[in-house]
Design a protein around this ligand. Structure first.
Ligand code: SAH
Ligand code: CA
Length: 225
């Protein structure tokens, strides 16, 4: 390897990524299999990466989260990660309008022993948010992970902020959009949506914010006390 060799962090073949995974990711066996099964799906790369999972698992614990929400579940990998980190009496409220992955979600969630901690709703996020408000979650949720349709990120941010407790943590996924957000010449719809969200987030008051170049980029947003 030449001394000045650099690697594209979005290239799945990046050997540095392999190195990080080998040294610092302790992915339970059920997650390895769920990831391998999801990889066969044409939209498999929507799933968080294993090193993202390791970080999110630790964040749940560091934050002492008991109540969490996930928007965009797909085959259930990130939900399994979050739920496994929650305490026995913790709850993950989750929503995805697509019922086609119900079987794979339930297979792995039961194997992981987290099925009882997950309150899964098969509906649109814009229907789930008002329900959670009516159910009394306003100002009480410790942590919210948003990983659904990118065009709605600003709206999900606003709805999530209502539900979070002061000091609560919002995590938004895919905020680097394979690096395209930083290329001004890229004006694809989804790139523009993600960029608009990042512009919006960067201007928010009363939050702390940190974007981490892990996976496809995730932004941590902490609601002020
Ligand atoms: N968080 C998952 C991956 C989610 S992929 C993981 O890392 O394992 C994005 C998901 O968002 C898809 O399953 C899609 O069905 C869902 N989604 C897209 N638009 C949505 C909407 N408006 N409401 C709820 N879910 C939505
Ligand atoms: Ca994602």
């Amino acid at each position: 390897m030449s001394a000045d060799k650099t690697y594209d962090m979005f290239d799945p073949a990046n050997p540095v990524l392999g190195y990080i995974r080998e040294k610092s990711v302790r992915e339970p066996d059920y997650l390895v299999r769920l990831r391998e099964e999801t990889a066969k799906h044409p939209a498999g790369r929507m799933q968080i990466t294993p090193e993202q999972g390791a970080l999110m698992h630790m964040l749940v614990k560091l934050h002492g989260a008991k109540t969490a929400i996930e928007i965009g579940v797909f085959t259930g990998y990130s939900a399994a990660v979050l739920a496994a980190a929650l305490p026995e009496d913790g709850k993950l409220y989750a929503c995805d309008h697509d019922i086609r992955h119900m079987d794979i979600q339930h297979r792995y969630w039961s194997e992981a022993g987290v099925q009882d901690k997950i309150d899964m709703r098969y509906e649109l996020a814009n229907d789930a948010f008002p329900q959670w408000e009516m159910e009394g979650l306003i100002g009480s949720v410790d942590m919210i992970f948003v990983d659904a349709d990118k065009g709605s990120y600003i709206s999900y941010y606003e709805q999530a902020m209502k539900l979070l407790r002061p000091g609560g943590l919002l995590i938004m996924d895919n905020v680097l959009w394979y690096g395209k957000v930083a290329d001004p010449e890229n004006v694809e719809n989804l790139t523009v949506s993600v960029r608009q969200f990042n512009d919006f987030a960067s201007q928010q008051k009363d939050v702390e914010i940190s974007t981490i170049p892990i996976g496809d980029g995730m932004t941590l947003i902490r609601k002020s006390d």
